[in-house]
Design a protein. Structure first.
Length: 246
């Protein structure tokens, strides 16, 4: 795994002059960023070797998380500094609450998960911590802090989605479609826009504020890894200090 870059964004530019602010965020989050984007769970989706019980655990947890992600997007729409940004974020919110929701319902049916199971499921500790960081950063924090959370979550999925899309599609539609949802041109364009927005907003901040964004991105990367771990093994092991606030 790559080692984390410990210096400031300006330090990073001295070693990599053409680097973007988002490149620095990812470098500061190592090795957790690479652990999340290259996780065995994501590779099992593309290989078609995903254990059914692990994917059911994953889908249920992710389904409980969708409402919190939608709320995060709502906060960001309200705080976005331009109409263009509001439009891009609200467009993704509409997609999240339509196409992705339909995917979950069809997948649950195919996997034999009754509605009462996923509709009444409580979030596990990793999902609660994940949602807590997103909601606090976007709701109580600044636009940049909320955007850093969204960037990590969506850029992670684009990274592994594009990688797994290079493989032959797995036979189960719920695996194949999950790859396609995160490798399609529209999603790639949206993530690239988040990166551009974060580059512009984050690159203009003071050093202390940039450090805060790097910490948020790092925490999100750790939680992404823990989320995949919990789905694959059935054991929820939160990294130290990352529990949800009471």
């Amino acid at each position: 795994m790559p080692e984390a870059f410990s210096g400031s964004f300006q330090d990073f530019l001295t070693t990599t002059p053409d680097a973007r602010f988002t490149d620095w965020l990812a470098a500061r989050a190592e090795p957790h960023w690479s652990a999340a984007t290259g996780h065995a769970f994501t590779k099992a989706i593309g290989n078609g070797t995903m254990p059914e019980d692990a994917y059911v655990r994953y889908l249920i947890e992710d389904y409980t998380f969708i409402t919190d992600l939608a709320s995060t997007l709502g906060y960001l729409v309200a705080k976005a500094p331009s109409m263009k940004a509001k439009s891009r974020l609200s467009g993704f919110l509409a997609l999240l609450t339509s196409e992705e929701n339909d995917y979950f319902l069809r997948s649950f049916e195919a996997l034999g998960v009754p509605a009462e199971t996923y509709e009444t499921a409580a979030q596990g500790p990793v999902t609660r911590a994940f949602a807590d960081l997103l909601l606090n950063s976007s709701g109580k924090g600044t636009y940049a802090e909320g955007l850093a959370c969204l960037l990590c979550a969506e850029w992670c999925y684009l990274t592994w989605g594009l990688r797994e899309a290079e493989k032959p599609r797995p036979k189960h539609f719920y695996l194949a479609e999950w790859i396609d949802l995160h490798a399609v041109e529209g999603f790639e364009n949206f993530v690239n826009w988040i990166r551009e927005e974060m580059d512009a907003v984050g690159g203009a901040l003071e050093v202390g504020e940039q450090e805060s964004l790097a910490e948020i991105f790092n925490r999100m990367s750790m939680l992404e890894t823990a989320f995949f771990d919990a789905a694959l093994t059935g054991e929820a092991n939160l990294p130290a200090g990352l529990a949800a606030r009471s």
